[in-house]
Design a protein. Structure first.
Length: 122
């Protein structure tokens, strides 16, 4: 049965199950192996990640290394649209500094990098 949300959009009784942290971490790592499946630039709404990378002196190479070999940190949140999950991958780079990459997994097919940040405050 399908109902209607207060804003008038259809509502399904199907509930999306949140992936376990280990499953989502493995999924992010696998998807990130193919750089063509990772989006973080080119479109205007993606400019935030690019500007933050430049401002914080975090390179593309660092970002991919974090996505491919980092660890999931914090909560897994549902994305804005069905089939999306938002999470942060983190890894120590440049000596003792830790980089965080906030990414959205879209339909288990590709990644949208929302932002990158240094986890330690300096």
């Amino acid at each position: 049965m399908i109902g209607v949300m207060p804003n008038g959009t259809p509502k399904s009784n199907i509930t999306a199950f949140r992936p376990t942290p280990s499953k989502l971490e493995a999924m992010i790592r696998a998807i990130a192996k193919d750089s063509s499946r990772v989006r973080w630039r080119a479109r205007s709404h993606e400019a935030h990640a690019v500007s933050q990378m430049e401002w914080r002196d975090i390179t593309d190479r660092m970002m991919f290394d974090v996505l491919r070999t980092g660890m999931l940190k914090g909560d897994i949140e549902p994305g804005k649209y069905p089939g999306e999950w938002k999470a942060k991958m983190c890894k120590q780079v440049k000596g003792q500094r830790e980089v965080g990459v906030v990414t959205i997994v879209v339909r288990e097919q590709w990644l949208f990098v929302k932002t990158v940040e240094w986890e330690d405050v300096r």
